[in-house]
Design a protein around this ligand. Structure first.
Ligand code: C2O
Ligand code: CU
Length: 544
């Protein structure tokens, strides 16, 4: 294993999309920012230098960071922000991850422009579990607002309703040629006939699952979230925010230009439905069509297609190490809520909130990791409930408004070292049902079961897949449905879990696990680095 070093300078730089100039937050002037290339097991050292006028934290999404939450980069959970003018050296400790992961800002909504891919190759001398591809290409799906996203967020927090939607989706920073005033702003990927390419797909958009297709080509999914899967042939991917997918594309069609495109999936709400496009350009002598044929996308609200894709993912090998015996059973309801507006600037009588087990999490003013490590009291409570306060018919059409009041707090759930944990996520229909792409830091988990409607603790567990469930760190809890995951709590530290829809996270759909140290020295959290950012930033605003 090698040590690889990178320097990430956070700067404000000027960019033009859709004929609109805008200053935005970037790493080294680029969005997406630099790709981190490494091999499995490497240590990646990234020096973050904040030369912008805003605070920042950077998270290595999907990197488990064994025993070292100090570099996880989660604002007010594992660190206080890196203030303007300050720097922080982060140790990105790769262990068993291989495939594609990504990094992104993890404070406010700055991740809309501060993100990039992490490509993890097999160690030297080891091979892929499939024929070696000719080349690999990160493809990041992003999003573009004409407005300043910081302002969009502040408006959203004040108004209590849905945020202003973005103006375009992007592939590798470019909207593609279907939006107004963007015919030239299109990403191009050159391929040679007969060769196979490994596409490293990342969904970096803020609030949507995306469908991804390539004109006239089928492809083979071979991995997700930094782990390999059984090969799966398809012509359509549904990828949730935070998720990554590795797919093999064989350039086997008549040499020409083809679209590679992504379009929004949404079970409700108002989002731009124009696909973002990129071009796959075969090398050779031919006359390309004036415009390639747009692949035929599923309906914007086609939840079956979106769900079926995820349901088909399987671990590469059978007999994976999924915990068979569970020592800690958790049942987490995920709800959209309404709550009374108490702040003076509220314009409406009620506003939206969201919760896990009816707790809407508030970020503290000192990070939870530091408070835990140094024994600072009054920062969090340890009473995060294992079960929701009351059991009801979670997916009934409209739940009573009374059930919708949430508790505001900073409650953590404490897990014993090496406990085997099962979490059942139950979607509810309190103030309307919607999917929730749930993401856990510090771990990968096996997705052992899923279904529509209410989870049934007697009927459903016998149908769990304990043979080859996919290993993931993001999973979409279906609208009005449930998901069951299992993991072994063998990574001590403070680990965030949240919905990767940015608006839901801001409304409170997030919680924190503290995984205790084990007995042995190698089962304990490592000490913090000397340059841990201090907590002299203003405490976060009430995010409601
Ligand atoms: Cu992709 Cu908590 O993050
Ligand atoms: Cu959500």
């Amino acid at each position: 294993a090698l040590v690889r070093s990178f320097k990430f300078e956070l700067i404000n730089s000027l960019h033009t999309r859709l004929c609109c100039n805008k200053t935005m937050l970037t790493i080294n002037g680029q969005s997406p920012g630099p790709t981190i290339y490494a091999r499995r097991g490497d240590l990646v050292i990234v020096d973050i230098v904040n030369r912008a006028d805003q605070n920042i934290t950077i998270h290595w999404h999907g990197v488990k960071m064994p025993r070292y939450p100090w570099s996880d980069g989660t604002n007010f959970v594992t660190q206080c922000p890196i203030l303007s003018g300050k720097r922080f050296r982060q140790r990105v400790i790769l262990s068993d991850e291989e495939g594609t992961l990504w990094w992104h800002a993890h404070n406010d909504w700055s991740r809309n422009s501060v993100y990039g891919a992490i490509v993890i190759l097999p160690p030297k001398g080891e091979t892929y579990p499939f024929p070696k591809p000719h080349a690999h290409h990160p493809i990041l799906i992003g999003e573009w607002w004409k407005a300043d996203v910081q302002q969009v967020m502040e408006e959203f927090l004040k108004n209590g309703g849905d945020p202003q939607m973005s103006n375009a989706y992007l592939i590798n920073g470019q909207p593609g040629d279907l939006y107004q005033c963007s015919t030239q702003d299109i990403y191009k990927l050159q391929v040679e006939f007969g060769k196979t390419y490994l596409i490293k797909l990342v969904n970096a958009v803020m609030d949507n699952i995306m469908f991804f297709k390539i004109g006239s080509h089928k492809f083979t999914v071979v991995g997700t979230d930094g782990a390999y899967t059984k090969p799966m042939q398809t012509d359509c991917v549904a990828i949730s925010p935070g998720q990554t997918i590795d797919l093999l594309l064989e350039a086997n069609q008549p040499p020409s230009h083809y679209y590679m495109a992504a379009r929004v999936y949404a079970s409700g709400g108002d989002f731009v439905t124009i696909p973002t496009t990129a071009i796959i350009e075969y090398v050779g002598n031919y006359t390309p069509p004036p415009s390639p044929l747009l692949p035929f996308f599923p309906q914007v609200n086609d939840s079956a297609t979106s769900m079926n894709f995820t349901n088909q993912l399987r671990s590469l090998v059978n007999g994976v190490n999924v915990p068979k015996k569970v020592t800690r059973k958790l049942f987490f309801t995920l709800s959209m809520n309404r709550r009374l507006c108490l702040e003076s600037y509220c314009l409406r009588a009620t506003r939206l909130a969201s919760s896990v087990n009816n707790v809407s999490m508030l970020l503290p003013g000192v990070d939870i990791l530091q408070a835990y490590y140094r024994g600072i009291s009054g920062v969090y409570t340890t009473d995060f409930p294992d079960f929701p306060p009351s059991a009801f018919d979670y997916t009934k059409d409209a739940m009573l408004e009374e059930s919708s009041a949430t508790r505001l707090g900073t409650a953590v759930s404490v897990l014993e070292y090496n406990s085997t944990v099962e979490v059942v996520f139950q979607g509810t229909n309190i103030a309307g049902g919607v999917e929730h792409p749930m993401h856990l830091h510090g771990y990968s988990f096996y997705v052992v079961g899923s279904g529509l409607g209410n989870f049934d603790g007697i009927r459903d567990p016998p149908n769990y897949n304990l043979i080859d469930p996919p290993l993931m760190e993001n999973i979409v809890v279906p609208r009005n449905g449930w998901i069951s995951i299992r993991f072994k709590a063998n990574n001590p530290g403070v680990w965030y879990m949240h919905c990767h829809f940015e608006r839901h996270q801001s409304w409170g759909m997030k919680m924190v696990f503290i995984v205790e140290d084990g007995e042995q020295p190698h089962e304990k959290m490592l000490p913090p680095p000397p340059d841990m950012p201090g907590c002299d930033a203003p405490p976060p605003q009430l995010l409601f």
